[in-house]
Every structure is written in C-alpha cells, then in structure tokens.
Ligand binder design. Structure first.
Ligand code: NAP
Ligand code: HSE
Length: 578
C-alpha cells in the first residue's frame, strides 16, 4: 500500500479563533480515518497579524527587520499549538513542528521571502511518530538563521511547498487542499451584486493567477505551476472543490444546501459531546430532538436543543438517528424503527452490533440506508476503517489490539500503586466505563469489539465460535498476571485466519515486553496492529474512550452522511471511502 499524505492549510478565515478549533479537528480527523497521514499548515487567527502590526507601530511608524518578523510569527505559532491541544482533547496523536524543527530555509530576508528548502528528514520522522503534524505557516529562516516571513497569504505558500517536497518520494500519494471560507474559486466575487458567480470545478494555474490573489496567494500559485503541483481549494468538510493544475476550465452545477436533521437517542457522556459539536454547525446539522429517560435532568447542551422522552417525536422530522444510549433491547427496537422509516443510523453501541449487527445491516440494505458505527470500536481511533481498508486492498492475516480504555486505565493505575476499586471509580468518573463497568472488567466490551473487527477483517459471515474471553474479574477471569518486571499487563484482543479460513482468537490479560507497540499505552489509550497477508503491519493508536474522542468519530460519520445528502448520492461512495 502506498503512503498517503494530505497537506491541509487552515487560514485565518476558517480558524478565526479558538471557537473554530473543533471544526479544524473534525476536518483533520476526516482525512486521518481514510488512512492518510495529515500535515496541517496554519495561519494566525483572524485579525491577529494586523493586531501585531498595530502593536509594532506603537513603537515605530515603519516596523521591519528581525524583531518585526519574530513578533508576527507568534500568531501562527499560537494557532499551531492550540490546534495540537484541541487534537489531543479528541484523542488524536499529533506533533507540532515549529519553525526551527521544520527548517524552512528562505531565499531573501524580511517579510516577503521565498521558500528554498525544508528539513524533509525531520518532517518524515515526525510523520512516522504521529499521524498528524502541525506546522505554523508563513514562517521561515534566512541565511543568518533569523525569522523570515513568506508575504501576505504566505501559509498557502508553505503548504504548497511542503506538498511539492513530499511528493518527491516515489510511491507516495500527496494531496494538497487549501481550506477557505468559500467552497472553491469563483469567476467573480459571489457576494458582489450582478450576475451569479460561477464556481470552478477545474482550472489551470494561469486561470487561477488571473483571479483576485486574496483567495490564494499568487506567489503560491506560481510555485505550484513551477513544480507541476495540483492543488484543491475547498471549504471545511466538502467533497467538492476547485482543482487547480494542468487542467482546462470546467464548472460546478448548483448543489442542494440543507441541514441534515439529526435525532439523538441518549445524552450521557457521548451524546452530550455529539450534541455540543452539532450545535456549532447549524447550517449543516439541525438537532430535531434529544431523547433521554429523564427529561428533567440538567444537561450540558445548548438551551435551544429540545430534550424529550418521546422518540417518535424526535424521529418524525429526522434524516438520521444517532443511537448513543447503550443497552441492547431498547436500542435494537429504536434502530430497527428508524431503519423501517428509511432513516440513516449512526451508533456507538458495540453490544447492539455484536448481537444484531448482521440483521440490522440486512434491514438497512433493504431500505437503502446505512448503519454507521465508527465509534463502536476504539473510541476515537479509526480501527474499523483501518481493518476494512486493509481487507479491501490486500487482505488481513491477523490483528491484535488493546480495545478497552477502562481496563487499560485501571491496569495503569494499579501498576502505579492505586487500588483496583479506586481505579475503576476514577474510570467511571472520567466517562470511560460502560454504564455497568463489569462489561469492561470481565472482557465483554473488548470481546464485542473483537467480534466487530473480525467481521470487518474476515467477512460478515465468518465463523467466530472459536473466540475465547478472559477478563480481569468475574467468571473465567485469571488472577491479574504479575508482570514481575518483565513488561506491562494489557488486556489484549487478537484474531488470525488460519488454514481453511478458520478464525482463532480471543481476549485475555497478557504481559507485553518493553519495545512492543502495547508496552507504553497511557490511560485509556487503545492501539491496533493489523498484519496484512503480505506481512506488512498497519498500526493505529489514540484515545479509546471518553467524551470527546468518541464524539469525534460519531460526528465524522455524520459529516459523511451530510456529504451524501448534499450531493444527493447514495452514501456508499462517500462512506466507504472513510
Ligand atoms: P451514558 O453516559 O450512560 O449515557 C446514556 C444516555 O442514554 C443517558 O442520557 C440516558 O438517559 C440515555 N438512555 C439510556 N437508555 C435509554 C432509553 N431506554 N431511552 C432513552 N434514553 C436512554 O452512556 P455513554 O457512556 O454516553 O455511552 C453510550 C453508548 O456509547 C454506549 O453504547 C457505549 O457502549 C458507547 N460508547 C461509549 C464510549 C465512552 O467512552 N463512554 C465510547 C465508545 C462507545 P438519562 O440521561 O435520562 O439517564
Ligand atoms: N467502556 C469502553 C472502554 C468505552 O472503556 O473502552 C469505549 O468503547
């Protein structure tokens, strides 16, 4: 499988301030779960550079030189650092490559320099260490090592330069997308009076240079032309974009613009996070109702969200049911009812899917809808996507994973001296544990996830009767194994396809030695290593439980459905890409 990298650029028009960071995280996660490594180049928040210039003018009428460049560079560095922290909150492993670490050398000094080289080895190392690397755009270093800047709009130039350099390596698929507050390039200002502006689907670099340089920096377009680099201009979460390259002009047709109407069943740890995210995107999502057991409970959701105990009422106007209530029987009835009405479904409920997933998929197929389930395995880690992708592209031979955040958290705490019971109580307080934590501790939760991964890896009809389960407590549990200085204890799930396609596997406590991928897994971190039939290993890791990581993957499924609704396509193509 070739290495796939997406270079994204977020300017100050889309990351206007800290309130927009969650939208930035959703965009990064969207590409990450397609199996792509992501480099994110950021500008300063909206208005920051102007404010810094004004500050400098408080001391001199014409600020310039090293001090001025250094002051302006703090805007981009601040955004990169805060976006990295927002990704960490969502459980996405990310690194910041600051100006010195990226080593972007420029030709020329001052505030309008040109990029000459980067430390490609450092960038590649960072991309091996974490799937997401953040880069403050616009900033370089001159011959004397001091800060230089790439001119107004210079983060576009940083992004295109990095993409061009990364593309050198053979067998690498590099995509470069500049995210803007418009959904592409138009032949005239779409907000101006007069005839309707037309949006380009494709255009050449020269066509782009004939347009106003306020959308894409002209210096950046010229660099792309010199390097033969195709790039995209798009808004957050859009499938459609304007593609700029060695291309003739073509135009987009008008597309349907309407919010996706979402009913949410459950408003606990996960549901609250989902509803709060959706409320930030009113033009994309309308929450038709949040269904709970006790409508009188105080909830941390916006006051205009309707909280009800009436599922029918919430489903009445909905396109999608998000099931984040948990349990099996009532969730099953609700999902079945939604599918019968022709609604799409997004669920985080592995217990439901392990028991009834095959049957729900059959009903959903008959109704032409989907039951999306990214959050049901691995919390915020795209495990089902990884396994499904390897299965489709090469074939899965085996996999092993730490699939339960609560037990991993408890084992870590006990290793550091906590009592077992106190550690379980903390995991409950942090929102990691199931409503009944026995399901975590006796290995049931990890076992259900193992079943879902096996179906994705080996086919829905695979015979899984040979899978075994041993947890940390309860029937069949062994005593907590004593690592005795040999390594760390983890609750590991594994499966392999043997001769004649027989699937073996199970869940159980295992001592993992230093150097193993599971040896250093802090807190509720999960990790999955998939071995393909050619012998290569594909690893994904991140936060396996908790409000924001889990909400991130539920919302990613909803953005997929939103893209399908906008383009009036069936969701096969868009969702299967994820
Ligand atoms: P939770 O905090 O216990 O919240 C459950 C919510 O569902 C509550 O708001 C509850 O209403 C509501 N609810 C339960 N049964 C209901 C029913 N019959 N009718 C209406 N509402 C009902 O659970 P959670 O941690 O958010 O987990 C939800 C689902 O996500 C589970 O399937 C879980 O396995 C899965 N999941 C959780 C995580 C995680 O880290 N927590 C990660 C991945 C997947 P009241 O508030 O009125 O009681
Ligand atoms: N209780 C589960 C865990 C939630 O701890 O992993 C995530 O599925």
């Amino acid at each position: 499988m070739c290495e796939r990298i997406t270079v994204l650029k977020f300017g100050g028009s889309v990351l206007r301030g800290e309130d927009d960071l969650a939208a930035g995280v959703h965009e990064v996660y969207r590409w990450l779960r397609q199996g792509r490594r992501v480099v994110v180049v950021v500008s300063a928040f909206e208005g920051t550079t102007d404010a810094l210039v004004a500050r400098a003018r408080g001391y001199t009428d014409a600020p310039s030189g090293d001090a001025h460049a250094l002051l302006l560079s703090t805007g981009e560095c601040t955004t990169a650092a805060l976006l990295c922290l927002a990704l960490a909150r969502a459980g996405v492993p990310a690194r910041v490559l600051g100006p010195h670490a990226l080593g972007l050398r420029t030709r020329g000094e001052g505030t309008d320099a040109d990029p000459a080289s980067i430390d490609l080895v450092a960038l590649q190392r960072a991309l091996r260490e974490a799937p997401v690397v953040l880069v403050p755009g616009f900033i370089g270093a001159g011959a004397d090592g001091n800060v230089t800047l790439l001119g107004r709009g210079g983060s576009d130039l940083t992004a295109l330069f990095i993409a061009a350099e990364l593309r050198h390596e053979a067998g690498r698929d590099v995509q470069c997308r500049l995210i803007k507050d418009v959904d592409g390039l138009y032949d005239r200002d779409p907000k101006a009076a007069g005839p309707a502006a037309r949006r380009y689907q494709t255009l050449s670099w020269n066509d782009a240079l004939a347009l106003d340089g306020g959308i894409v920096q002209h210096k950046a377009v010229r660099l792309a032309r010199e390097r033969g680099l195709l790039f995209e201009v798009a808004a957050f979460q859009r499938e459609d974009c304007s593609r700029v390259g060695a291309l003739g002009v073509s135009w987009h047709d008008g597309t349907l613009e309407r919010p996706l109407r979402v009913a949410v069943l459950g408003c606990g740890t996960v549901g609250t996070g989902v509803v709060r995210h959706l409320a930030q995107h009113p033009s994309a999502f309308e929450v038709t109702g949040v269904v709970v057991r006790d409508a009188g409970k105080v909830r941390e959701v916006p006051a205009n969200v309707r909280v009800t105990t009436n599922l029918d009422e919430a489903l009445e106007r909905a396109d999608v049911l998000v099931e984040v209530a948990g349990g099996v029987d009532q969730a099953h009835a609700a999902v079945r009812w939604a599918v019968e009405r022709g609604l799409q479904v997004v669920t985080a409920n592995k217990a439901l899917l392990a028991a009834h997933g095959a049957e729900l998929d059959t009903w959903a197929d008959a109704k032409g809808v989907r039951v999306l389930r990214s959050a049901s395995v691995g919390g915020g880690v795209p495990m089902l996507e990884t396994v499904a992708r390897v299965a489709a592209e090469v074939g899965v031979a085996s996999f092993e994973g730490v699939l339960n955040g609560t037990t991993n958290f408890v084992l870590e705490r006990v290793r550091h001296g906590d009592t077992f019971d106190a550690a379980v109580r903390t995991a409950q307080r942090l929102g990691y544990a199931e409503a009944d934590p026995t399901r975590d501790l006796d290995g049931t939760d990890a076992f259900e996830k193992l079943v879902l991964l096996c179906r994705a890896a080996f086919g829905a009809g695979a015979d899984l009767s040979g899978l075994t389960r041993v947890g940390l407590v309860g029937a069949g549990a062994c005593e907590l194994p004593d690592a005795n200085g040999r390594g760390a204890v983890r609750l590991v799930a594994w499966a392999a396809r043997g001769a004649q396609g027989v699937i073996s596997g199970g869940v159980g406590p295992t001592v993992v030695p230093p150097g193993h991928a599971f040896h250093v897994l802090p807190g509720a971190t999960n990790c999955l290593c998939v071995r393909d039939v050619l012998g290569a290993t594909h690893t994904c890791t991140g936060a396996g439980a908790g409000q924001w990581p889990t909400a991130e993957s539920v919302v990613a499924d909803l953005w997929d459905l939103w893209r399908c609704a906008r383009t009036e396509t069936t969701c096969e193509e868009v969702c299967d890409a994820a």
